[in-house]
Design a protein around this ligand. Structure first.
Ligand code: GLV
Ligand code: GLV
Length: 323
């Protein structure tokens, strides 16, 4: 009797190959690049032993109920797990696999690219070239902010935060501050100074948010937060959109309270094309592509498939979330 697995999206073939060739499960896939409609998801998971999902799928009580008592394992193709109703999942004895580590480098690279693009105004410059706005080399035109000699503040020095810090240091960063729940011994590698959030906000030229979304970090970057930042400071978020109060960010950017913002994550995703933040030249927004390299997405698919199979077999997962 084959176990039943439901996959909520078309994923890189490396992952599908592992699942189908294992010979222990019957795999159904929502075979599209677009999200599965909720009603289809509820139908698709019925009776499933394993669920392979994405960060864009909200896995809550309704989905768990629709799956029913067979469900043994949820494997998410992401490092973040704020889309999973962890307490409900734990209560039902369902195990969870995720994809830490394998996307750390790709996400850190993207964050550095976003920081440089925002600070040096690359999207604006590209627009000017295309629109004919480039009339001459001008001493005062399209000036931004540089990393050399700067102070960088990282909020959440986890795996990704540390990888970002490691990449930024060689740009000549003078001080590397970080805040979070606790001081991290591994911060010594980047000469990171553990400081209270207020100190980080008032002293940093660049602020990079790299914490996970939790009740404590939800809406952390609000009016009060931005009001403590320098007028010349650049704000970068590649964690989760809900860490930021977007109305407050709009206000801070349009009033000149802060210099610029670069976001790889928003609320909601996708961000509606008429959203006020998109009218601001000093706001650079990317469509949540932190882990989007061919190789990283392939490895994420493999890891999530292997997590799922291990969970189905009652074995130790390569990357299991401690619930
Ligand atoms: C990306 O945001 C992830 O959680 O993998
Ligand atoms: C967690 O999100 C990490 O930093 O890998």
């Amino acid at each position: 009797q084959l176990m039943k697995v439901y996959v909520t999206r078309r994923i890189p073939q490396e992952g599908m190959k592992i699942l189908t060739e294992a010979g222990v499960c019957k795999v159904s896939v929502w075979d599209s690049d677009e999200p599965v409609p909720r009603a289809e998801l509820l139908k698709g998971v019925a009776g499933a032993h394993g669920l392979l999902c994405l960060l864009s799928d909200r896995i809550d009580t309704e989905v768990l109920d629709a799956a029913g008592p067979n469900l043994k394992v949820i494997s998410t193709l992401s490092v973040g797990f704020d889309h999973l109703a962890i307490n409900e999942i734990k209560k039902r004895g369902v195990r969870v696999g995720y994809t830490p580590d394998v996307l750390t480098d790709a996400t850190a690279e993207l964050t550095v690219a976003l920081l440089l693009a925002t600070a040096r105004r690359l999207p604006e410059g590209i627009d000017e070239v295309k629109s004919g706005g480039w009339s001459s080399w001008k001493p005062l035109w399209l000036c931004g902010y540089g990393l050399s000699g700067s102070t960088v503040g990282v909020i959440g020095l986890g795996r990704i935060g540390l990888a970002i810090a490691r990449r930024l240091k060689p740009f000549g960063v003078k001080r590397l501050l970080y805040s979070g729940r606790s001081a991290k011994p591994q911060a010594s590698e980047v000469e990171g100074e553990y400081v209270p959030l207020d100190t980080l906000l008032t002293e940093s030229d660049f602020i990079v948010v790299s914490c996970s979304l939790t009740p404590e970090t939800q809406g952390l970057c609000n009016k009060e937060f931005f009001s403590k930042m320098k007028n010349t400071a650049v704000f970068i978020n590649s964690s989760r959109g809900s860490v930021v109060n977007q109305e407050d960010l709009y206000e801070a950017l349009s009033s000149g309270q802060i210099a610029a913002a670069g976001l790889d994550v928003t609320t909601p995703e996708p961000l509606p094309t008429d959203h006020p933040l998109l009218t601001l030249k000093n706001c650079v927004i990317l469509p949540h592509i932190g882990s989007a390299t061919y190789s990283t997405r392939g490895i994420m698919a493999e890891l999530s498939a292997n997590n799922l199979l291990a969970g189905l077999g009652g074995a130790a997962m390569p990357s299991e979330l401690a619930l």
